[in-house]
Write a protein that binds this ligand. Structure first.
Ligand code: 26A
Length: 345
């Protein structure tokens, strides 16, 4: 079933330009980066961007985790289904982002900061790992005023699904709370992605403040484990137990049982639904290793396919299957991208 209304899905987070290159162990070591991680850049990381561009033949690719998800959902859904909010600068990096979103027909409503540049993410690829190092810049200046401005709030009111990238907990928790409250008060669907282990570790307070609003939680295995650890859960490695603990947290809107979805690389995706004894597992679509370009954005693509399924009103297993399908397509492209000409699910 197609979405019955324009911009049924509204997404919020940090628009970034990815500066992506195949790197080396030495490069990771020089900047103190782990092979598979996501961090906020500190002053000592800032030369990484120039180094990637000058010495590693880096490519500029549209990124920002939830923007990748929003592009992915719009890739699947009928025209004018998805709108994305976040903060950018008034510069050529923002122009590259606008080209990429135009390609899939994603509507963006950016808060444009006249003084700050568009945020950048250095992406160092080593094998099937990716290390992300982000300088948020203008994305860090997103604010509640933008969300509550009449033309944007009209889009919020018109949407039936909200998707918040967890990286936004570092930026503007009040905007996340406003969307959560709007969802709970009107029986709309609120989806959150945990995004990176450091969110559960270092942004626990704003993350937990939003938990009563979570209808769907999407995360990967390392984010689930970071959540379990920071919340002292009894079982900190069993993904099924962690998914169950998340679904059992208190909930503002009792009309919708909470669903926790934990992806696990090439392992099966774990799905728990509040009130259902069984925690289910869904195997991923296998792919030959030599067909993988890189895994940057694989999790975002999964989320894009999954939420597209939600907007289409599909059963849970079909939402997961759309997620696996879109992730499989994305890892065959350079960075968090989708193939053109368009493939249909
Ligand atoms: C606040 N941080 C650290 C971030 C990000 C981020 N998106 C939003 N906020 N750090 C990395 N990313 C994006 O994650 C995608 C891969 O999942 C990168 O831009 C990359 O496209």
């Amino acid at each position: 079933m197609a979405a019955n209304k324009e911009y049924a899905l509204l997404c919020l987070e940090n628009p970034l330009l990815d500066i992506q290159a195949v790197g080396t162990e030495e490069l990771l070591a020089k900047y103190g980066l782990k092979a598979n991680d996501a961090i906020l850049a500190e002053p000592q990381h800032l030369p990484l961007y120039e180094e990637l561009l000058n010495d590693y033949d880096a490519k500029l690719i549209a990124g920002g985790a939830a923007q990748n998800t929003a592009r992915g959902a719009q890739y699947i859904l009928p025209p004018n289904s998805v709108v994305y909010l976040g903060g950018v600068g008034d510069d050529k990096y923002a122009a590259i982002l606008k080209d990429a979103v135009r390609e899939v027909g994603l509507r963006v409503e950016y808060r444009v900061d006249p003084k700050e540049p568009t945020g950048r993410c250095g992406v160092v690829i080593t094998g099937h790992n990716r290390s992300l190092c982000t300088d948020l810049a203008a994305a860090n200046h997103y604010d509640l005023d933008h969300l509550k401005s009449p033309e944007i709030w009209k889009l919020v009111e018109g949407a039936r699904f909200y998707y918040v990238g967890g990286y936004h907990f570092t930026v503007c928790p009040p905007a996340i709370q406003a969307l959560g409250q709007e969802a709970a008060a009107n029986d709309k669907v609120f989806v959150v992605n945990f995004s990176a282990p450091f969110i559960a570790q270092f942004f626990k307070e704003p993350l937990d403040a939003s938990s009563p609003y979570w209808d769907y939680v999407i995360c990967n295995e390392s984010e689930a484990e970071a959540y379990a650890k920071s919340h002292d859960l009894a079982d900190q490695t069993d993904l099924k137990a962690i998914a169950r603990a998340i679904t059992d947290l208190p909930k503002a809107n009792a009309k919708r049982p909470r669903v926790a979805v934990i992806t696990n690389g090439t392992g099966a995706t774990v799905v728990a639904t509040q009130g259902q004894a069984d925690v289910r597992e869904f195997p991923v679509h296998a792919i030959a290793a030599d067909k993988i370009n890189d895994t940057n954005g694989a999790g975002d693509a999964f989320a894009g396919g999954f939420v597209a399924g939600l907007v289409q009103g599909k059963p849970l297993e079909e939402c997961v299957d759309r997620g696996h399908w879109l992730a499989r397509l994305s890892i065959q492209e350079l960075g968090p991208s989708y193939p053109f000409p368009k493939q249909t699910y």
